[in-house]
Design a binder for this molecule. Structure first.
Ligand code: AMP
Length: 333
């Protein structure tokens, strides 16, 4: 039996190239050696998306993105988080093994608290309990299936550490029920920066979507913030938000040549942006057609997700039964 790779994406916005490089691409590379369970974290998205139509649409977009980028639903398991009731049962169990201090220190929560404090607001202003307990639900997402590896971007490292701590504590309290998972974080990727140089993130509105229409992608690329150095001036490629993205899509030779051009002088940011746009076009335009076709066929997407949920529950149900037994819950299920 193959070991399990599992990861998820929140449908809080259109998937972007930070998601692609940080998680989707590495996750798709793992499928040849692992059984993959890849899910759309729709209930996680509820911490921020409170519009019914939007949540539905974004869930389809995330699903179509996975499929267009090469996930094979006959081999890999793709499902909606909300279709697996056991995950919410396990989340409660795990909450009882999660020190509150761990959640206080979780960076997604801490960042908002710090923003509130520096803006002179009450520290928990605008923070719902779902957002605060996010890492517990994430631990349940992972531990419910006996996951061995979790491909994620660097921003999820701490959440994975919380998951491991919780699993270890549970195992220590009862017996070895939980598989303690490992994060898989690509050293050459870490965190992809967005248009403004901060982490590319749907919540910062600084993303390049993977599959938006080409004129929108162009617009976003042209919005990337640079300094105001003139073409002839030498520049530092490692401080350039355009190069930071370009180097992940260009072949090594082109990236090296560009790096030299930055250093020598003679590169105009406008030209560099055009090249990046063309590179993104050539990387994704065929898959974009596939994506658009999938988005026209919601019934097919529903079918894929329903089949996936059934298969995912085959993993989840026996593990949840073990958890219940270990704890001493002896109800009818
Ligand atoms: P999310 O959109 O927060 O659900 O993230 C889905 C996956 O994409 C997670 O594994 C994140 O770590 C990864 N990810 C999101 N933004 C970035 C980024 N800017 N750079 C690298 N990975 C990212």
């Amino acid at each position: 039996m193959k070991q399990i790779t599992l990861t998820g994406i929140k449908p809080t916005g259109q998937p972007h190239i930070g998601n692609y490089l940080g998680m989707i691409k590495p996750a798709l590379e793992l499928v040849k050696d692992y059984q993959a369970l890849y899910f759309i974290a729709d209930y996680h998205a509820l911490t921020t998306v409170k519009n019914q139509k939007e949540l539905e649409e974004l869930t389809y977009q995330a699903t179509a993105t996975w499929l267009a980028l090469g996930l094979n639903p006959d081999k890999e398991i793709i499902y909606r988080q909300s279709d697996i009731p056991e995950v919410f049962e396990l989340a409660w169990v795990l909450a009882c093994f999660t020190a509150k201090g761990l959640l206080n220190r979780a960076h997604a929560y801490k960042t908002i608290v710090e923003d509130n404090i520096s803006a002179g607001r009450e520290e928990d202003k605008g923070i719902n309990t779902g957002l605060y307990t996010y890492p517990v639900l994430m631990a349940a997402d992972i531990l419910l299936y006996g996951t061995h590896v979790v491909p994620v971007g660097l921003d999820q490292k701490q959440h994975l550490e919380i998951t491991r701590d919780v699993a270890i504590l549970f195992n220590k309290t009862y017996r070895e029920v939980m598989v303690v998972p490992e994060a898989v974080i690509r050293k050459d990727v870490m965190t992809i920066t967005g248009l403004d140089g901060r982490k590319m993130s749907k919540s910062y509105n600084n993303v390049i979507p993977i599959f938006a229409p080409s004129n929108q992608i162009r617009k976003q690329v042209m919005r990337i913030v640079t300094d105001s150095k003139r073409p002839e001036e030498p520049k530092n490629p490692d401080e350039c938000n355009v190069f930071a993205i370009y180097r992940h899509f260009a072949d090594e030779e082109s990236a090296d040549a560009k790096r030299q051009l930055y250093l020598d002088g003679g590169l105009a940011y406008g030209d560099m942006k055009k090249e990046l746009f063309e590179l993104l076009e050539s990387t994704f335009s065929t898959q974009r057609e596939e994506y658009n076709a999938l988005m026209e066929n919601r019934a097919e997407l529903d079918k894929v997700l329903e089949n996936g949920a059934e298969k995912a529950r085959d993993f989840a149900i026996p593990i949840m039964a073990k958890v219940r037994k270990a704890i001493g819950i002896t109800g009818v299920r």
